[in-house]
Design a protein around this ligand. Sequence first.
Ligand code: ADP
Ligand code: MG
Length: 365
Amino acid sequence: MLFDMRPKTRREDLFDRDPELKKFNDSLPHAALIVVTGLRRTGKTSFLDVALSCSNHPYVIVDVRDLPTVPSRAEIIKKVDEAFNKMDKKWKTPVSAALKHVKGVYLAGASITFGWDKKGIDLAALLDEIDAWAKKNNQLFLLAFDEIQLVRGDKYLPRLLARIADTNRNTVIVITGSEVGLLYDFLGFDNPESPLFGRHFVEISMSSFTSEQSKEFLKLGFKQVDIKCPDEVIDYAIEKLDGVAGWLTLFGLKSQESKTCTKEVVDETLDVGGRLARSEALKIAKFSHRYGLILDFLAQNGEKPWSAIKDVLDANEGRKVTNTAVTELLNRLIKTNVLMKVNGNYRISDPILTHGLQREPLCRS
Ligand code: ADP
Ligand code: MG
């Protein structure tokens, strides 16, 4: 079913993404690190789940979403522990058996527990053992982290990842991130001080669907739920929802719920989506009122150059904001993928966020 809000886990529920899946599979034998990037709701988690489960290799997905921003080593180990326990049964039994002599690994029935205190597990040693097992069994071990840029703090994770990339030849790290700039900062690809500096990686980008793909997506989805949707409504939805898989899915689901397929349902999707996107932007605006001002301005006025944005900030504060401060604010918004730069102008990346801010700005005037 296409019209299901949960991330897709089965190939038959994932629309298209054939070239991306091919790139993923082709990269596996030689890549140490694969990075899946894309705006929110373009389908990174769905792609990750499907690509891993179709790979025919053992894998774990470490879910970092509810970790604190600066997690302790023990908290990271608990997440890795959870990920191992969710491993496909087919792989869990042989992998667990291979780990039984590793210090800090406790096996009881079908569950694995990692000791996380000082005398507990050493993740590097654990991963060495799995890598050796993978090599012996002619396998690759895929270690995935979804939205890893949410984790900050000390360099424990990037150091661990660099070590794996250097020494564990049968292990592939797969990472996703919506906030590409922050992701690259976290990994430190451009930072000579970082353990992952200059490292080769394969990037797979989850782009938005083209108009043709969006049309096909909606037609197929409506066929699956046996709803007739007039072409003009489909065209309207494509125009408004900008090829973002998550918004197309939401529209389909809303039509299914209301058993009608009209432009009003598209508008309702825009409103619901706009509020959701706005609430996410609000988290950024809480860091500084200036982010809110910039986003509100661009939502009302479309794409604008640096100088126009500076004028708005100056006018609002009744004094000159420094050039460096303006550039830093804009760079930060680009790093979190909220803004993009097009022909020297700045623009909000997701038109649904624009819609949400037009209806309700972030800052009260
Ligand atoms: P992301 O991780 O990039 O935020 P998700 O994988 O959570 O995106 O997908 C967002 C929504 O869109 C979910 O409801 C998911 O089911 C749907 N979706 C994303 N990509 C596809 C796809 N290729 N085919 C079908 N549904 C998709
Ligand atoms: Mg996701």
